[in-house]
Design a protein around this ligand. Structure first.
Ligand code: XIL
Length: 335
């Protein structure tokens, strides 16, 4: 029985994992306790699951994840308060089915954020307040989401303010993906800068880190971490996984050969090398990186199974289907 990830990294940063309530009642629970000292709800704290209708909150799953973390001395990252995905239909419409006004949307956003942050005040130390509002299209700054169409950019700053009012001690993060893309990276940088300049309480930047065996390169990741560290806020790696399929930046382009359902030796070796490179850089930026969270526990189940390619199984984590450490695990802990 080797020490857990959290022990290897105790002088660096907490090591977290995103879970479903079900994982906490399976044999994965033991592995979670051994390896990790931070917990995130994979879905249970998102707006749709948590707030299915205006007058209903469904707390059971979120509460059970919080209780597990507290019982086991783990810290908790909240994910997330405002996102265009997994947002319930009712949030944007009135009883007649028409799109609501900006005033109504902001009032609903405030009610939602206040209720959720207050419930876990003092228990959740950091929140992903706003998730994925930057566009992937080079020519577009903000994603054209329903929030954006109704409110313009104003809801972004407001979301941080509402969260700060509900728990002034919580660390508030902006969180996004494709953060290593040079164009998107600068937009993310600009967004955080603008929020800071406007006096908005933003304390951290979350890098989702949904990466793959072909990217990022070492220099790309190094320059990304360097650039973001110039913001003067803490950085957290919030949703780390390394897909064993090369990233194609378009689901349609994924080649049929990539639907093979086994983890080949070659893939596992390449993945291990990427993990090794990433953690070496995370350690290099230890002064600014204050947490690294994996998105799921083991290759038994990952959100990348069937995504972005239907019917394709992925193996993006440090533990295999039998919950045993993979080659990538050794590469991460031997330093
Ligand atoms: C994913 C979950 O893992 C899935 O179970 C769910 O079906 C969709 O959302 N970026 C995020 C996360 O910020 O919330 C997403 O989680 C993965 C991408």
């Amino acid at each position: 029985q080797s020490p857990g990830l959290k022990t290897y990294y105790q002088d660096y940063f907490p090591i977290g994992v995103a879970v479903s309530p079900r994982a906490l009642h399976s044999d994965e629970a033991k592995l979670i306790r051994q390896q990790f000292n931070s917990l995130t709800a994979e879905n249970a704290m998102k707006m749709g699951p948590l707030h299915p209708s205006e007058d209903t909150y469904y707390w059971k799953d979120a509460d059970s994840i919080v209780a597990f973390a507290l019982r086991n001395g783990m810290r908790i990252r909240g994910h997330n308060l405002c996102w265009h995905n997994q947002a319930p239909r009712w949030f944007f419409t009135n009883s007649a089915g028409d799109t609501v006004s900006k005033a109504v949307l902001l009032q609903r956003l405030k009610a939602h954020i206040t209720a959720v942050v207050s419930r876990y005040k003092g228990k959740i130390y950091a929140w992903d307040v706003v998730n994925e509002v930057i566009s992937d299209k080079p020519e577009e700054f903000y994603r054209n989401s329903e929030f954006y169409r109704i409110c313009g950019e104003e809801y972004i700053a407001k979301a941080f303010q509402y969260a700060h009012e509900a728990d002034p001690d919580a660390l508030l993060f902006y969180n996004d993906y494709n953060e290593i893309d040079p164009v998107k990276r600068e937009k993310i940088y600009r967004l955080v800068k603008n929020l800071q300049a406007a006096g908005v309480p933003v304390h951290g930047l979350g890098l989702q880190a949904h990466w793959a065996i072909n990217e990022p390169s070492e220099s790309q990741l190094d320059s990304t971490l360097q650039r973001f560290s110039e913001l003067g806020v803490q950085l957290q790696i919030t949703e780390l996984d390394i897909s064993v399929y090369p990233k194609e930046h378009s689901a349609r382009k994924a080649r049929p050969a990539d639907t093979a359902t086994t983890l080949t030796r070659e893939k596992e070796d390449r993945q291990a090398a990427v993990y090794r490179m990433c953690f070496a850089l995370f350690r290099k930026y230890r002064d600014v990186i204050t947490g690294v969270t994996f998105w799921n526990v083991s290759d038994r189940h990952s959100w990348l199974d069937n995504f972005p390619v239907r019917g394709r199984k992925d193996y993006p984590l440090l533990f295999d289907k039998n919950l045993l450490p993979k080659k990538a695990f050794r590469e991460v802990v031997e330093f």
